[in-house]
Design a protein around this ligand. Structure first.
Ligand SMILES: Nc1nc2c(ncn2[C@@H]2O[C@H](COP(=O)(O)OP(=O)(O)OP(=O)(O)O)[C@@H](O)[C@H]2O)c(=O)[nH]1
Ligand SMILES: Nc1ncnc2c1ncn2[C@H]1C[C@H](O)[C@@H](COP(=O)(O)OP(=O)(O)O)O1
Length: 226
């Protein structure tokens, strides 16, 4: 059996993590695990972690590390037979260390996108909250304006996507992300991609993953023949 492949994708709000994660999942057959989706599921299911998480999210805050880790790690245990890409976790050093004690990562993808680009993108972002599907009036508009392509249900814009909210989110992101980026750099698995367009970043990420995944599979084949 070929060795499993595990990766995380990091980047500031609006950097394209969700967009690129969907392309990676589709192209490489990896499971796309989104910490935001896990949080929403727990809130909808009114679990203890979900009820607690909701009190923070309502204030526009991140969920505390111990709650997030308690919510996420059991979900990863259900995924031991799959290769996956984790989007939205870790966001802090404590989360990165908790994840590191639970499993080995092959790649940490880091998106480095200019502030002006993030502002522009988020001003035009519309989402379908029940599914988490993401649209952009300039980049990937819905077939019918304001309506989700699959369900036809209304799309919304998130409060904290407004430019004035973004500056505060970005400052907080930079403070908490740097130790995580340094953590993965020290482990030799950090790959940073800087550009203003996803369509220019995508081929480079695709090439990296093709190389990494085929290397793992050939190593596994060698191991199984010895
Ligand atoms: N114009 C433009 N918009 C893009 C590009 N890539 C992604 N977007 C859009 O920009 C917005 C942000 O992309 P997401 O994939 O939601 O970014 P994210 O990093 O998951 O954002 P958060 O969930 O807030 O952390 C969405 O509306 C995307 O459709 C791009 O290359 N150009
Ligand atoms: N790794 C993490 N640590 C703490 N809180 C997290 C988290 N991942 C998600 N959350 C919480 C805070 C987010 O505002 C909320 C929704 O996550 P999301 O869908 O990734 O949206 P956002 O763009 O707000 O990050 O869930």
């Amino acid at each position: 059996m070929s060795k499993l492949f595990r990766a995380v994708i990091m980047g500031p709000p609006g950097s394209g993590k969700g967009t690129i994660s969907e392309r990676i999942a589709h192209s490489f057959g990896l499971k796309h695990l989104s910490s935001g989706d896990f949080v929403r599921e727990n809130i909808a299911a009114k679990t203890e972690a979900g009820v607690l998480a909701k009190t923070y999210i309502k204030k526009g805050l991140l969920v505390p590390d111990h709650v997030m880790t308690r919510l996420l790690l059991p979900r990863l245990e259900e995924m031991t037979k799959y290769s996956w890409l984790l989007d939205g976790f870790p966001r802090t050093l404590a989360q990165a260390e908790a994840l590191n004690s639970a499993c080995d990562l092959d790649v940490a993808i880091n998106l480095n996108i200019p502030l002006e680009t993030l502002k522009e993108r988020l001003q035009h972002r519309w989402i379908h909250p029940p599914s988490g599907r993401v649209y952009n009036m300039c980049f990937n508009p819905p077939h019918v304006q304001g309506k989700d392509d699959i369900t036809g249900e209304p799309l919304i814009q998130q409060e904290d996507d407004r430019p004035e909210a973004l500056v505060a989110r970005l400052r907080h992101y930079k403070d908490v992300a740097k130790p995580v980026i340094d953590f993965y750099k020290a482990k030799g698995i950090l790959y940073t991609f800087s550009d203003t367009e996803t369509d220019r970043i995508w081929p480079n990420i695709s090439t990296l993953l093709s190389t990494k995944i085929s290397t793992i599979q050939s190593d596994a084949r060698c191991a199984s023949t010895h």
